[in-house]
Design a protein around this ligand. Structure first.
Ligand code: UDP
Ligand code: MG
Length: 219
């Protein structure tokens, strides 16, 4: 009887450990800043140097917009062009799916940079409802950049990006949305001591120097 119990235990222990590592809680860094602040660029640099997976909420929405069977394609297209924020039910499902798929493919990939989210109260509520118990938000990486620099960069990018919102008209709206809806979210995390701010108006290398210092310290 005892032998059987021990046999059972020794067989079970490895698979139990394996399962624990599979269900490692995702560690999340929210990456925020105005349109054109350099979130995507800096996230790519982070991925090259650290063990993070980059998920851009905007990229996920654009992919969903392009998916033929999607019932949300037109809605997403309208929101993006108008610089408005898509209802969180859509965005949070895309993010959750992307996180789950990443972790299913490789259980060691549990660190995520979530770029361009949460952008407003609706986004934050959606995150808290669906993901708060499932993931730990370590901190917010905030790329601080003047509106003028943001607009100039997006207009420059607009020459080649093919994005429907890198034009002056959409940009005015995106900046308004950022100031009215996203800055308060950053302020909220600031109160919790969770914001790490980088001066993002400098060159990519200079900004990344500061980003590295933060990540080396915070892990
Ligand atoms: N967007 C959204 N919810 C999100 C992220 C993006 O509705 O969580 C939409 C919004 O209309 C935004 C656009 O996608 O203006 C582009 O976002 P992206 O993050 O790609 O722009 P960036 O800030 O990087 O220039
Ligand atoms: Mg981006």
């Amino acid at each position: 009887m005892i032998g059987r119990v021990f046999g059972y235990v020794s067989q079970r222990v490895p698979s139990l450990l394996y399962r624990v590592s599979l269900t490692m809680k995702p560690q999340v860094v929210f990456v925020l800043g105005g349109p054109g602040a350099g979130k995507g660029t800096q996230c790519s640099r982070i991925v090259e140097n650290y063990n993070y997976t980059h998920l851009s909420a905007g990229d996920l929405l654009r992919a969903e917009r392009a998916r033929e069977e999607s019932e949300f394609g037109q809605l997403i297209a309208n929101y993006i062009k108008e610089g408005k924020i898509v209802p969180v039910e859509i965005t949070i499902n895309l993010l959750r799916k992307a996180m789950e798929e990443t972790m299913q493919q490789d259980e060691k990939k549990f660190r995520f940079l979530i770029d361009g989210f949460p952008r407003n109260e609706d986004n934050l509520e959606g995150w808290n409802t669906v993901m708060d118990s499932k993931a730990d938000v370590k901190f917010v990486l905030f790329f601080d950049c003047s509106n003028e620099v943001c607009i100039d960069r997006c207009l420059e990018r607009g020459k080649v990006s093919g994005r429907t919102d890198d034009n002056r008209e959409s940009l005015e709206k995106r900046i308004q949305t950022y100031l009215q809806s996203t800055r308060p979210i950053i302020a909220l995390y600031e109160k919790l001591g969770k914001v790490r701010t980088v001066d993002a108006s400098r060159s990519v290398d200079e900004v990344f120097g500061d980003v590295k210092a933060i990540l080396d310290k915070e892990g």
